[in-house]
Design a protein around this ligand. Structure first.
Ligand SMILES: Nc1ncnc2c1ncn2[C@@H]1O[C@H](COP(=O)(O)OP(=O)(O)O)[C@@H](O)[C@H]1O
Ligand SMILES: [Mg+2]
Length: 592
């Protein structure tokens, strides 16, 4: 950050003001003195001291000079008094005292602190939202959210960080610097790219049998949310999902989401599933309960449930995505133990498809972060969650409910969206309040009138003195009169917020006067633009094409049928042998 901070700049600004006043005062004194004394000597501000020491030896001139000083003081006092009384009228706050913060107020509100999320620039210095407060930024596309908020924070936040990275812009510009300057282990999880680190959400499911059901159900709700039709189909599909995940975790198979897809699409799935339920006993009781609930339905219903189920998992038909979720190269539970930066990269046209995966990622992250209170000794690092394109994530129920407590767990959240209504896409109006109530908000010139009206209301009302002029025209003469009254007007009207300059930012922090700041664009800042130093290398994955094991299935099922036939034959032979031995014994008995 800049060494010459905003407060020093403010002091300098005040000093310049005082110097300018002194200059005017001296000029005025010299002018009055020249008028009174009728002297025609060349006295200026710069030789005033010399002139003063000379004049001191002439009592008459000296008195005239003192009189000039007195007059000058009087005139300056009147000017200052008029200026102050016009701006500090006692009634000026009666209908509202909203105003933008001065440098003093910004300092008192902690905006010039060294630690925090960078929100803009004030008096030439970066200002931050400190104290582990979260930040909500909303501004239209192309207004500077990435370049003035996301990138400056990634180039200055030294500890762990998890970043949504649409367009890979943030990774390209900041990853190299975060690795070399901040010694972070840097990962890029880009599920739709071959060059990616891997993350398998199922690997992070708790081994605790009491906890894991809830965790799997949360994943099930994210992948298979309720859709347009009857909720029963989605609920049944989620039951099937729970059963299959429990099977994968407790069996020898690798628990990955692509494997769930592969199993559900296997040849003669229902036969295999029935066989599994009937011929095993060691799996989780919830497996048997949910599997039986599926198998007990009519054949047609079963087909519909399976179709719904596989429909939601179709992204795992993609070998590139499968490779990206087949294993984990990083551990979300270590974010506070080590300095780790994880970029979640995706491009514009793929974001809808992988949105459930990203939601699961963030859900697991928030759950891990709020599981146990971190101890400074074992978990010394704070975590910044930078959620660009927050709206592409589905419902993060645990984020909404834990926003208030996250600061206690040393987690800061920076949410970036284009307009407030985007929050309503996944949350009800009441739920969205949790996000709107984030203490620090940053806005640039807004497009949405609704948002502009909301911000205008947040900024509050100020008292304005309005002069009304009325004119009456009589038969002989006309007269005009002036009347003054106070009126409550918004500090900024919605249209003024929509017309903010492209470099302006408004920072609103609950409990403090808002700050009319400048954007801190990294490519214009002499401090920041020299920092980026390339990007870190990312391993190349082999796309995972999973073979369709029809023959094996058939041989498996024919094996099991043959086994059954073999068993029956053995049984038959046993019965025959028993029967024969019985008959032989009877015959022997009869002979006796
Ligand atoms: N390195 C750069 N040099 C100059 N202009 C840039 C640079 N990066 C981005 N811009 C410009 O800054 C503006 C804001 O970009 P950006 O921060 O990405 O907007 P947003 O994230 O709000 O969509 C865009 O008009 C873009 O053209
Ligand atoms: Mg952007």
């Amino acid at each position: 950050m800049k060494s010459f901070n905003g407060m020093k700049r403010w002091y300098l600004f005040q000093l310049v003001k005082i110097l300018m006043c002194s200059y005017v005062f001296l000029q005025l004194t010299i002018l009055i003195f020249k008028i009174i004394s009728h002297l025609e000597v060349n006295i200026t501000v710069f030789n005033f001291c010399d002139a003063f020491f000379t004049i001191r030896h002439y009592p008459n001139l000296y008195h005239q000079l003192m009189l000039s000083v007195l007059c000058s003081i009087c005139i300056m006092s009147v000017i200052i008094f008029i200026y102050l009384s016009s701006s500090y009228h006692p009634d000026r706050t009666i209908l509202g005292d909203a105003h933008f913060a001065s440098a003093w107020e910004a300092k008192k509100a902690g905006f010039f602190d060294k630690e925090g999320i960078i929100v803009g620039k004030f008096y030439g210095s970066p200002i931050v939202s400190g104290g582990f407060e979260h930040v909500l930024t909303f501004a239209p596309a192309g207004s500077g959210k990435t370049t003035a908020i996301a990138i400056p924070n990634l180039l200055t936040w030294r500890e762990s960080c998890v970043v949504n990275d649409p367009k890979f812009e943030l990774f390209n510009i900041t990853s190299g610097y975060r690795k070399t300057a901040f010694q972070n282990d840097v990962f890029l999880w880009a599920p739709t790219k071959i060059n990616t680190h891997r993350y398998n959400p199922l690997q992070f499911i708790s081994t605790n049998k009491h906890k894991r059901i809830g965790e799997i159900q949360l994943i099930a709700h994210t992948i298979i949310p309720n859709g347009q039709g009857e909720p029963i189909w989605y609920q049944s599909a989620r039951e099937l999902f729970l059963a299959l995940i429990l099977y994968l975790i407790d069996s020898d198979e690798v628990a990955t989401l692509p494997n769930v897809y592969v199993i559900s699409k296997r040849h003669r799935f229902n036969e295999w599933f029935t066989d599994l339920v009937e011929n095993t006993t060691h799996l989780d009781p919830e497996f048997y309960r949910n599997a039986s609930s599926y198998l007990n339905t009519a054949e047609k219903t079963r087909a519909s449930i399976l179709k719904t189920f596989t429909g939601y998992l179709e992204m795992f038909a993609n070998p590139v995505i499968n490779a990206a979720v087949s294993d984990s190269d990083f551990d979300l539970r270590e974010l506070r133990k080590k300095k780790i930066t994880i970029y979640i990269g995706f491009s514009e046209n793929e974001k809808e498809m992988i949105s459930p995966l990203l939601t699961i990622f963030w859900q697991q992250l928030i759950s891990f972060m709020t599981q146990d209170m971190p101890t400074p000794k074992t978990e010394p690092y704070a975590v910044l969650c930078l959620m660009e394109e927050f709206s592409i994530l589905g419902r993060l129920v645990n984020l909404k409910s834990s926003l208030k407590i996250l600061r206690g767990y040393r987690v800061r959240v920076l949410i970036i969206i284009q307009y407030l209504a985007q929050v309503l896409e996944h949350y009800s109006k009441a739920e969205a309040e949790a996000f709107k109530n984030i203490k620090t908000k940053v806005v640039f010139a807004l497009d949405s009138l609704e948002d502009a009206e909301y911000v205008s209301k947040l900024l509050g009302m100020r008292t304005k003195r309005v002069t009304q002029r009325s004119q009456s025209v009589g038969s002989n003469n006309s007269s005009s009169s002036h009347s003054h009254h106070l009126q409550a007007v918004p500090l900024m009207r919605p249209e003024e917020i929509q017309r903010l300059k492209s470099n302006d930012a408004i920072v609103i922090r609950t409990g403090h006067a808002p700050v009319k700041a400048k954007q801190y664009r990294w490519y214009r800042s002499s401090d920041l633009k020299k920092l980026p130093c390339g990007m870190v290398s990312v391993p190349k994955q082999n796309p995972m094409i999973i073979p369709f094991e029809k023959n094996q299935d058939e041989s498996n099922s024919s094996n099991s049928i043959q086994k059954t036939i073999h068993d029956l034959e053995t049984e038959k032979m046993k019965i025959q042998a028993e029967f024969l031995s019985g008959a032989v014994l009877n015959a022997l008995h009869n002979e006796e």
